[in-house]
Design a protein around this ligand. Sequence first.
Ligand SMILES: [Zn+2]
Length: 276
Amino acid sequence: MSVAAPRRRAKFRDDYRFSLTSRDVTRRPQAKESRQSRFLTVFIFCERKIRRRDGPSLNGGTPRAPQKLLPDLSPPMTHPDTELRYVNDVIGYGVFATRYIPRGTITWVRDKLDQAFSASQVLGMDEPYQQVLDRYGYVDRNGLTILCWDHARFMNHSCDASCLSAGYDFEVAVRDLQAGDELTDDYGTLNLESSFTCACSRPQCRGLIEPDDALRNAERWDDLLRAAFPAIRQVSQPLWSLVKEPGGVLAASSDVSRMRSCRFHHVARGSAGIPS
Ligand SMILES: [Zn+2]
């Protein structure tokens, strides 16, 4: 079980985004109704088309099985065999496997639609935007705050994370995931600005997750990654086309001594975006 902790500071549960949307409807009813109306019109039109196509045939034959009426809302940059699920009021949402995902599978890739903000850009934002970034963003090795546009921003922390990132812009499953297992990562790898208390209840739980955890745990995380990397070239990789350094990753998969350490992501305290 993971814990719903922010990647930077705890202020909101995951359902903050949805309560904000509700208030937004109250404040701007016309704009929202207009968007909803357009969506419903398109949806109803599509539904009618599907029902006509799948209804009983005119010659009295057996009707075809009904097709899925709702569109697939899974973003293409997280593994397709995952989905967002509501866990509880404390944890909020999490990302879960819908099918078996073997160790070595790339589960998320940082892509061109993820937003990146400099420290000065973040400081220049109004408070509501900063709160969203506090909740869902993480700091990369360049001190930029990254806001993932896909389900990755809902991945929870676990001290026994199922996914980790070596020194590349993707995460890989470091153990086999069964359908229903949660995809988690270790927020200690994400250049935290402050500590938070963890309640993941795993035997490995560190209790307090601290900004410099990466320095103390990097060797253990690298061991897990080195065990997973050989499988990268052996298992199905739906996200492979998004990997930015495929040659280097394949070389590291063949010879794990060439794998770039997770330390690659670490930003020293006092660097851009990370207070000393
Ligand atoms: Zn923990």
